[in-house]
Design a protein around this ligand. Structure first.
Ligand code: PLP
Length: 421
């Protein structure tokens, strides 16, 4: 059976170059990078080479790169580590983030709230964008951290990170950005963005799972999440995951070298998929800002179709996609991102994300364009409402290119802990 993978925002296949570069560090050069003998020295050299590659991807100094176990650890380290290290004259602390962050930031912020830190979750507009003014209004005299993601994992909207970076600089507030989805897909220059901390993850850029990196600008005060040895300049104790770090280094180099080519090619495929579905399927809308987003992703709302049912039916037909974040799959609650954009419950629940990557080919898009309209039509034909209400038949339906204003109250704060998981 033919299988096509359009869920690259959940994870990506390992690039063969990455796999080959990692292999020797499992079987031959298996030394501990902290050991002083030849085995250790070879492992250390490989870790440092990878550090240079990660630094080059984001225009940082290698000394500002810290290896982690992935995006979740990086986000937690930034949010908890900066807030806990901060001191304010009043002794109180406040953090600004947004309502559409990944759970790795939202739950870290929630953990801070439980420890008495106040958190403001800035609202986003109907396209999923946060504006500088909203962040500026949220700042308080005891604000110790601003954390805003660069690209959202569900709708791919890009946030004005450089503008927020300037604001943070003016106010002297440390600024973190979760760039797990943006890194390797859009150019990132930490100097231009004005970030003090940044998080990235290898498995989103054709690298291995369970390894990532943080940029921590020199001089940033941070309390490490873990306690142990003096690894990673005392920022992150624990024996380095040498094969994983090597894989991340190669993945970062490939992402840098192929960034422009990948973005243009994958962006054209995404546009073909999106235009084709808007054309072939009645009552479909695009969620999120279509002008400022990653070139890899389209998040579509198929009215009168349950998103979860569509994902399952498409999987049975050979097409892998997702209703949103992989980590909240199976949750009965609609996406907190779509809710924050003002979508009604049914609208959010009828949304599906298609995310492309370097391995996506034209024939994969042709397959999706053949399968999706057929499956949507079948699901609608068994829907009790579709075709039986005024205004919801294929004949009189017209797809609008633009997102229409959406009713409903934006969800400004994350839902209770369990609901988001
Ligand atoms: N941040 C964002 C925006 C993500 O999309 C993800 C993964 O889905 C993470 C953080 C967590 O990264 P990891 O899977 O490496 O823990």
């Amino acid at each position: 059976m033919r299988r096509v993978y359009l869920d690259h925002n959940a994870t990506t296949p390992l690039a063969s170059e990455v796999f080959e570069a990692m292999c020797p560090y499992f079987l031959e050069d298996y030394g501990n990078a902290s050991s002083i003998h030849a085995y250790g020295q070879r492992a250390r050299a490989a870790v440092e080479e990878a550090r240079v590659e990660v630094a080059r991807l984001i225009n940082a100094d290698p000394a500002e790169i810290v290896f982690t176990s992935g995006g979740t650890e990086g986000d937690n380290t930034a949010v908890l580590g900066v807030a806990e290290a901060a001191e304010t004259p009043s002794g109180t602390k406040h953090v600004v983030t947004t309502a559409i962050e990944h759970p790795a930031v939202l739950y870290a912020a929630r953990a801070l709230e439980e420890r008495g830190v106040r958190v403001t979750y800035a609202r986003v507009d109907a396209g999923g964008a946060v504006d500088r003014g909203e962040i500026a209004r949220a700042i308080q005299p005891d604000t110790v951290l601003i954390s805003v993601m660069y690209a959202n994992n569900e709708i791919a909207t890009l946030q004005p990170i450089a503008e927020i970076g300037r604001l943070a600089r003016e106010r002297g507030i440390p600024f973190h950005s979760d760039t797990v989805q943006a890194a390797g897909k859009v150019a990132i220059d930490v100097r231009e963005l004005g970030v003090d901390l940044l998080t990235l993850s290898a498995h989103k850029i054709c690298g291995p799972k369970g390894v990532g990196a943080m940029f921590i600008r020199k001089g940033t005060r941070l309390r490490p999440l873990l306690h142990g040895g003096h690894h990673e300049r005392d920022r992150r104790p624990g024996t380095e995951n040498v094969p994983g770090v090597v894989g991340l280094g190669v993945a970062a180099r490939l992402a840098r070298e192929r960034l422009a080519e990948d973005a243009a090619r994958v962006g054209a495929l995404r546009d073909r998929l999106e235009a084709g579905l808007l054309d072939a399927v009645p009552l479909v809308r695009v969620n999120g800002d279509r002008t400022r987003r990653l070139p890899t992703t389209t998040n579509l709302r198929f009215e009168h179709v349950d998103g979860e049912a569509l994902v399952i039916a498409l999987d049975l037909a050979g097409l892998a996609c997702s209703t949103g974040a992989a980590c909240s799959s199976g949750s009965l609650e609609p996406s907190h991102v779509l809710a924050a954009m003002g979508l009604r419950r049914e609208e959010a629940r009828s949304s599906v994300r298609f995310s492309l990557g370097r391995s996506t080919r034209g024939e994969d898009i042709a397959f999706a364009l053949e399968v999706v309209p057929r499956v949507v039509e079948r699901l609608r034909s068994i829907s009790p409402r579709y075709g039986k209400e005024e205004g919801v038949t294929a004949e009189n339906a017209e797809n609008t290119e633009k997102n229409t204003p959406i009713e409903g109250t934006p969800e400004l704060t994350p839902r209770p802990l369990r609901a988001l998981r």
